[in-house]
Design a protein around this ligand. Structure first.
Ligand code: NAD
Length: 390
């Protein structure tokens, strides 16, 4: 806490519960929206969930236009294309339904509708001048927490790099979290998105920017995810576990929005930009290796995390407790089928120097990390993750 100044911005109205999607029209109207631009993940459409979203709008006679040409890890042009359609249909409210990919496109469209220009103009921090049109996010994965963050992440097609728009106008006005919408998520996506949420909470907890309010969110998120990810993976129909995961990812999103994320995210960016590895999967594979590297930077915090994972630390040194939580996360990854190494993801070893160089340019997560990494250290973490520990 010493010498720390922090800001907690919480503008997003949260509406949570099984079947809460039935209240979507009321949320739209409550924000003054009359005509909806509905950005929908094609996986959600394929899972047969679109009528669950559109029925409440139709029942309340709220007109809508569907935009479902969303790729995972979206490129900037998806936002630019969306704006054209939204303008043509005279939409004054954006609803994003899907994982982080669809929600990020929706967030950017809402901003571009009022600010003009191209999506690329807003990459960076604090470049968005005006609030967007009202935007409501409906997550259908328990992962990114994008429904409560001030970020929208894109791949810049010209540079093949991943980068975010960041700024308070990107905070959604409302989030409708209906855990029943995650029942159709396949087990491998449940795993990767769930470990992604865990990564957000763990990195926020050991962040140099952590503070009592972010800790509260992060620790509750870790508790929920550690206890429920295995259950949701083992039986995707377990609504109790799905609900706990959705709450866990929401709280992890709130933790990251105020305390930031760290080196796992910085090192995951080039895996997405250069090798198209999905964000959650990239984070999940790297997580235990970066935790092991970070242990000496925040030993007390890692010891607390060990307790959250059910480790009896009473007879352990801080070091032993830290190592125990790294092992617990490695085991959880294994339980839910996350590949153990970068070699399993077909990442070529000769790309390590370039990936390390790019990772260190992801400046805010690097600055938040509890241990200040050098280029050589980042390369050696990638090297370790290339081969694994067994
Ligand atoms: P995603 O949105 O790409 O979705 C993953 C897959 O799950 C897709 O194939 C999708 O079709 C499918 N899917 C989603 N919901 C489904 C459902 N209910 N049933 C069946 N299939 C479903 O993945 P994600 O991990 O949620 O989001 C990743 C993106 O979010 C990345 O671009 C990442 O950089 C970004 N991100 C954003 C933030 C933020 O704060 N804005 C935070 C973290 C990550």
């Amino acid at each position: 806490m010493q010498g720390k100044t922090f800001t907690v911005t919480q503008p997003t109205r949260i509406h949570f519960g099984v079947d809460s999607i039935n209240d979507l029209a009321a949320q739209v109207r409550g924000l003054g929206g009359t005509t909806v631009f509905l950005v929908v993940d094609p996986g959600v459409v394929a899972a047969g969930l679109l009528p669950r979203i559109t029925a409440p709008l139709e029942a309340a006679s709220v007109p809508y236009t569907v935009y479902d040409k969303i790729d995972p890890e979206p490129g900037l042009k998806l936002a630019d294309n969306g704006v054209k359609l939204a303008k043509k249909a005279k939409c004054d409210c954006v609803v994003g339904v899907g994982g982080g990919s669809a929600m990020d496109v929706a967030k950017a469209v809402a901003i571009l509708l009022t600010n003009g220009g191209k999506a690329v103009d807003y990459i960076g921090l604090g470049k968005i001048g005006k609030p967007g049109v009202p935007k409501i996010m409906v997550p259908t994965t328990a992962g990114t927490g994008a429904e409560v963050t001030f970020t929208a992440v894109f791949i810049n097609e010209k540079t093949s790099s991943k980068a975010g728009m960041n700024g308070d106008p990107l905070y959604p006005d409302a989030a409708v979290l209906d855990p029943a919408l995650t029942l159709s998520v396949p087990s491998h996506i449940t795993a990767a998105t769930g470990i992604d949420a865990l990564t957000h909470a763990l990195e926020a907890y050991v962040s140099t920017q952590a503070h009592p309010i972010s800790d509260m969110y992060a620790l509750e998120a870790i508790d929920l995810i550690a206890a429920n990810l295995g259950k949701a993976y083992a039986n995707g129909d377990n609504l109790e576990a799905r609900s706990a995961m959705m709450m866990g990812s929401l709280l992890a999103g709130k933790a990251l929005a105020t305390a930031g994320v760290g080196l796992v995210h910085a090192m995951a960016y080039p895996l997405g930009g250069m090798h198209q590895i999905p964000h959650g999967l990239a984070n999940a594979v790297l997580l235990p290796y970066v935790m092991a590297y970070n242990l000496i930077g925040a030993p007390e915090r890692f010891a607390t995390l060990a307790e959250m994972f059910g480790v009896d630390t009473s007879a352990m040194s801080l070091r032993e407790a830290g190592e125990a939580v790294v092992e617990a996360v490695y085991r959880l990854n294994d339980d839910v089928g996350i590949p153990k190494t970068l070699a399993d993801l077909q990442i070529p070893r000769e790309d390590i120097p370039e990936m390390a160089r790019i990772a260190l340019t992801v400046s805010r997560p690097v600055a938040n990390n509890p241990r200040k990494p050098t280029l050589e250290e980042v390369m050696s973490i990638y090297e370790e993750a290339m081969h694994g520990w067994e």
